[in-house]
Design a protein around this ligand. Structure first.
Ligand code: DGJ
Length: 727
């Protein structure tokens, strides 16, 4: 039993290696007792209070020996005695604020709960606990949802606020989680960046200042990712306590952590309250996004692998959740907007000979779009550019043995478009103000059903018009001018969230009506790479930066939460279009192997030698496909420590530990290169292994504790694969 309830007082969630416990005190307050390594069955409630604590300037419920400010409550409310980070701030119909949630009831559901209109982990193997709290003074209910996946040590949470009063209430803040960690000193790992350098790792001490990771861009964004790891200050890849906190959400978010005045570390996470104000009508509910938490007391590698498995098995959906994904070629870096059907078919012809399975036509096929200034919203084929119908082009590509995929940017509109002429009010714009342009485009008001229906109908027509098996869903700007012509003035604070709900609704409709299409999400590269999007689209374009060396940091950072299988990664040409760096072709291939592997170049311009190398890569990638996509992932040498080793290295290991694949990439060549031993991870310590079929055999424990000698690489940016197999 993953969920144990003791006399409606103690609620324990157990996974294979973790325990999460709460308890209800005599006043009905739901306290958080513990989250961490699994402990046997016992009452841990003593841990949620500081003993005999009576600090000055604390506030107490009348006649009680505790203060809300010194205890750990599952739902921290603003304005009623807890002065720390809070998860909830609401205004009642009469203008009064605050809430005092007390225990009302609980239920256990079979299988994992789902959240109305929003992405969430799913699965019959999961279990659900719902604890319902009720405000002492008003008929407002707080349904605290807990999902438990024993095998991957995953615990999810979400909050549903139900208004059973006769009047509207207003939410100024409705976060998904409060998590208190008693004692200790913690660090936070977060993943920041920008376009072309997404999810770079930064590790910062959680101090008495608040550390905040957030977005107000209407998308999770390149700038910060809605995922952090809170860990012991000494935690490493293999050692120490680490808590993963990931929001299953793609819009404005916030994750804050701070040490309070009594040295308890508090983390809160959810929808960013900035620009948020939500009215809940009588008998209506408000659902917060889900937060997915994994705890590991064996460092980051274990935590990452649990996320990877849970994402693969319990978040991604559809045919391509498990099916082999085709090796694709995308024409973007190969042609940008400058293409016609003949050019694309020529590329497909050459690509097909090398083993490529899918041709993706990127931006520029619709309306009259030859640059980024027009036609978004006009999802009809530019037949002049495509020298005929889409069906005709697809048939020609299919005849070369390749499937066909297509690019859309459904959430945006160009001023120079038929859609804008017909519906100028469809964009987000503040009356009397000239809305902000970004990449010459505006954002559609996805809160409106008629807007979504318009885009949906156009997309369906295109998708039904030809044999299309892949869609790239792009989004190349962020939200500004937050005003919806369809909402009353008192509900304008709902736009950011309603926008996301609208996008999710459209995605749900499309993905369920086209179950055979592989969807890949994208947002100017990796600007919306989050758990929310992966629920609808099982892979995401990791970054517009295709330089193999920059990708080391980008893919390294991404790997802390997200599996290889989700990371779009392509081989492109040199000098790289983004940074002009020249890297060996096999290095570009090796780096892209640890993602979805594809090509993004004009294959017709490659030399015979380069084509032969690509052919070899595709064959090699296919050979290692299962090992790479489903193996346990280990970060061996960080791209952030080039002074400690000349290499960046990582590894995947099959579940049965019978084989592993290690990839190394060398940095700049140094004249005095020292031979280096590389320690690997995850092998069976008692078994003998060979490396690349060597005669020499090595004991697993030797490879993990001493390592093996890396081949000497003189060349800058040289890369090697080491295939480790049982001897
Ligand atoms: C941004 C994407 O990340 C690129 O791959 C490409 O699709 C362009 N948009 C097209 O405009």
């Amino acid at each position: 039993m993953a969920i144990i309830v003791n006399k409606e007082k103690i609620f324990t969630l157990n996974t294979q290696n973790t325990t999460y416990q709460m308890y209800v005190n005599e006043d009905g307050v739901l306290f958080h007792s513990y989250y961490g390594a699994r402990v046997g069955e016992c009452d841990l409630s003593y841990a949620s209070h500081k003993p005999n604590w009576n600090a000055a300037f604390s506030s107490n419920p009348r006649g009680k020996g505790y203060s809300h400010n010194h205890t750990s409550e599952e739902l921290s409310v603003f304005g009623v005695g807890d002065f720390r980070l809070s998860a909830l701030a609401l205004v009642n119909h009469d203008g009064t604020t605050g809430a005092e949630p007390v225990y009302h009831s609980y239920k256990i559901l079979k299988g994992k709960y789902q959240i109305k209109g929003m992405p969430a982990f799913y699965g019959d193997e999961g279990e659900t606990l719902v604890i319902t709290l009720k405000d002492k003074a008003y008929d407002i209910y707080f349904h605290m949802y807990y999902g438990v996946f024993e095998e991957n040590d995953l615990i999810t949470r979400a909050l549903v606020i139900e208004n059973k009063t006769n009047s509207e209430i207003k939410l100024n803040k409705a976060l998904s989680v409060t998590l208190d960690l008693q004692g200790g000193t913690y660090d936070m790992l977060h993943f920041y960046g920008a376009h072309m350098r997404e999810r770079l790792l930064e590790r910062t001490r959680i101090t008495h200042l608040t550390s905040t990771v957030s977005s107000v861009r209407g998308a999770s964004s390149h700038t910060q990712n809605p995922f952090v790891i809170v860990c012991d200050k000494s935690a490493t890849e293999e050692f120490g306590s680490a808590y993963g906190i990931g929001l299953v959400y793609s819009g404005n978010f916030v994750i804050c952590a701070e040490k309070d005045q009594h040295e308890t570390t508090r983390v809160v996470a959810g929808i960013n309250p900035e620009g948020f104000e939500y009215t809940v009508a009588p008998n209506e509910t408000f659902e917060t996004p889900e937060v997915a938490m994994v705890y590991s007391n064996e460092g980051f590698a274990k935590l990452s692998n649990n996320y990877h498995k849970a994402i693969r098995n319990n978040l991604c959906r559809g045919k391509y959740k498990n099916a082999r994904r085709p090796v694709l070629i995308n024409n973007w870096e190969g042609t940008y907007f400058d293409f016609n059907a003949d050019k694309l078919v020529a590329m497909a012809k050459d690509a097909g000979k090398l083993g490529v399975e899918l041709f993706v036509m990127d931006d520029g096929w619709f309306g009259h779009r030859d640059d980024d200034r027009s036609s978004l919203g006009d999802w009809f084929v530019n037949e002049e550019k495509l020298q005929g119908s889409l069906d005709n082009l697809v048939k020609r590509i299919n005849a070369e043995g390749l499937q066909f995929g297509i690019w859309f940017e459904p959430e945006c509109i160009s001023e120079d478009s038929e859609l804008f002429k017909a519906h100028p009010d469809y964009r987000l714009a503040i009356p009397n103000r000239d809305p902000q342009l970004s990449r010459h485009q505006f954002v559609l008001d996805m809160t409106r059903k008629e807007v979504r229906d318009n885009i949906y109908d156009q997309m369906v027509e295109v998708l039904n018009s030809a044999n299309i098996t892949y869609v790239k869903w792009d989004f190349n700007r962020h939200l500004t001018d937050i005003y919806s012509a369809a909402l009353p003035k008192e509900r304008q604070g709902e736009i950011y969230h309603r926008y996301m709900l609208g996008v999710y609704e459209l995605l749900e409709r499309l993905t369920s009506n086209f179950p055979n299409i592989l969807f890949e999400s994208c947002s100017g590269g990796g600007g919306r790479f989050d758990l929310g999007m992966l629920y609808y689209m099982p892979q995401a374009w990791t970054s517009d930066n295709t330089d193999a060396i920059d990708r080391l940091k980008i893919q390294y950072g991404t790997s802390f939460a997200y599996p290889v299988r989700a990371m779009g990664a392509h081989v492109s040409v040199c000098p790289n279009h983004g940074n002009a760096r020249v890297t060996p072709l096999n290095t570009r291939g090796n780096v892209a192997y640890f993602g979805t592997y594809g090509l993004e170049l004009d294959i017709t311009k490659m030399t015979d030698e380069e084509k032969a190398e690509i052919k070899r890569q595709i064959a090699e990638f296919k050979e290692y496909y299962d090992l790479i996509q489903y193996g346990d992932y280990y970060r061996l040498l960080s791209p952030y420590t080039p002074d400690e080793s000349r290499y960046c290295a990582w590894e995947v290991v099959s579940e049965d530990k019978s084989e592993a694949l290690v990839c190394t990439v060398a940095y700049d060549s140094k004249c005095t290169v020292q031979p280096e031993l590389l320690k690997v991870k995850g092998l069976d310590q008692n078994k003998m292994y060979r490396i690349n079929g060597s005669e020499e055999t090595y004991l697993g424990s030797a490879l993990m504790n001493i390592g093996f000698w890396l081949e000497y690489d003189h060349l800058s940016y040289a890369s090697r694969l080491y295939h480790i197999t049982l001897a």
